[in-house]
Structures are given as C-alpha cells and as structure tokens.
Design a protein around this ligand. Structure first.
Ligand code: GDP
Ligand code: MN
Ligand code: MN
Ligand code: MN
Length: 248
C-alpha cells in the first residue's frame, strides 16, 4: 500500500472547490483520498473570530477555573465556542473534553488554532461525513476526513477519521478464524482510523502544506464492514465512568 501527499495545494479559503483542486493534482491510481479536516473546514467557511462567541456565564466559569489551574490566561470566548460546538462536556478540567455535535469526542471540540491565517479559530466541519460524501461524489473514490487527536492512556497524537464516505468505517473479523482455527469473537478493526493515521503521517502538522494524501493499493473488496465508529453512551463504559466522577 502506498500513501502519498497531494502536493502544491494552495491556501484554502471559504468557497474553494476542494474536490476540483484535489482532482487537478491527484494522478495515478487512487483507492482512497484522505483530507485533513483543517482544509475541509476552511473550504466550508468554518473559520471564526473569537469575537463571534460572546461568552456566557458558563464559559466564564470554565475559563476562570482553567486559568486558575494552569496559571495562564484563558479566553472565555474560546470556552464559549467549545460549548457551542458540543452536545456534552465530558471533562471540564484540566482541559475540555467534549462530544461534538456529530458524535466525535475530542479535546476542545476539535477547535484548531494552528494553520488558520486571518482568523482566530477553525471549527471542525459541521458534518464531516457529509463533507466526505460530497468530496467522494466529485472525486469518484472513497474519502476520509481526518483530524489529529490526542488519546487517553498513551502519549502522542495521531490521525483519526472524523468523517468518511464510500467505504465502511470498519472491517468485521468476527466469525473468521485465527491460525489455530479459533473463531474470532470480538475484533472489529477500525479501517478508517488506520488509514487516517497513515495519511496523517504524510500530512504532517506544521507549515508543510500537504493537507491531502492518496492511498493506493488498499483493497477494500471482500470484507464485511460496519459504519459504526462513535460509541453510543450505553455501550461506552469509559464515558460512563467519566460521567461518574465529572460534575453532573
Ligand atoms: P488537522 O490535522 O486536520 O488539524 O490539519 P493540520 O492543521 O494538522 O494540517 C495538516 C497539513 O495541512 C499540514 O501539512 C498543514 O501545513 C497543511 N495545511 C493546512 N491548511 C492548509 C491550506 O490551506 N493549504 C495547504 N496547502 N496546506 C494546508
Ligand atoms: Mn491544525
Ligand atoms: Mn485539527
Ligand atoms: Mn494535523
């Protein structure tokens, strides 16, 4: 399998036809296109100024508490933006861990303050799987929208899929057999996250300017999948445990 960057993309701004910009530059065989959420957001006009988020009492309370804990100034308007992008606040200290409106759990609702010239912040795409669907329809291949996220229990960030279209989120191995003939009972492999992580390695995080990667040589035929990626609360025991010690 090859994962390579699509080079020479310009700075993306609101209204740009991202699919056309990619199609002009991606040549050769392509099985999947992975696109950094940063440029999907820019194209969809999701850049904002903090002035757009006048802080309410809850945001002030959160920012004051985080400032107290960290010793740094915290802008209550940023906390307001996080609250407005979220349906649930899972942790409110020492950072904000929330569920976004489309079901993805991340720090600060995935709001980015890097690689956003001219604006203060960049919100995640409103519905990344719908963004992926539009790009996939235009490009004629499966598309994954990625973001760089931290993870609990392990140091380091990596790419994850926050939206996808044209391929299953996962490959279900249950019912297949291991080398000793035992039937696999639990393994559902998150294919879109694995592809997103590989792509993220190629995209980089800084000024590199490579927000799109193409995957070639990945065969998606012949396996059953599912589109589930974000756990529902009922089956999410870590989130239930968090709820137990977080504020009500
Ligand atoms: P995220 O992981 O979705 O938050 O995206 P990052 O902010 O980490 O950016 C991923 C890659 O895209 C980096 O190589 C950035 O330099 C690049 N990038 C971000 N915005 C743009 C843009 O508007 N144009 C181009 N050409 N590259 C960009
Ligand atoms: Mn970024
Ligand atoms: Mn990001
Ligand atoms: Mn990144």
């Amino acid at each position: 399998m090859n994962v390579s960057p699509v080079t020479d993309l310009p700075e993306i701004s609101a209204g740009d036809d991202l699919a056309a910009l990619i199609a002009e530059r991606a040549d050769g065989d392509v099985d999947v296109v992975c696109v950094a959420s940063t440029v999907v957001s820019k194209a969809e006009g999701r850049a904002r100024d903090l002035a757009d988020f006048p802080a309410g009492p809850r945001a002030h309370e959160i920012a004051d508490r985080l400032a107290e804990l960290s010793g740094d100034e915290k802008d209550p308007r940023f906390a307001q933006a996080v609250l407005e992008e979220s349906t649930e606040l899972l942790m409110d200290e020492p950072f904000l861990l929330t569920e976004t409106r489309f079901g993805h759990v991340s720090v600060n609702a995935g709001i980015d303050r890097s690689n956003v010239p001219e604006n203060d912040i960049l919100l995640l795409p409103k519905r990344p799987s719908e963004s992926a669907r539009r790009l996939s329809d235009e490009l004629g291949v499966p598309v994954i929208v990625t973001d760089t996220c931290g993870r609990p229990f392990r140091h380091g960030q990596r790419g994850v899929a926050i939206g996808w279209a044209g391929l299953s989120a996962s490959r279900d191995w249950r019912g297949e057999h291991d080398r000793d003939g035992r039937e696999l009972g639990v393994t559902v492999e998150s294919v879109v996250d694995e592809l997103a992580a590989a792509a993220n390695l190629v995209l980089g995080e800084g000024a590199g300017g490579n927000p799109v990667a193409v995957v070639d040589g990945f065969d998606m035929d012949g396996f059953d999948g599912s589109d589930n990626l974000f756990r529902a609360v009922e089956g999410d025991f870590v989130r239930q445990a968090l709820r137990g010690w977080s504020y009500a």
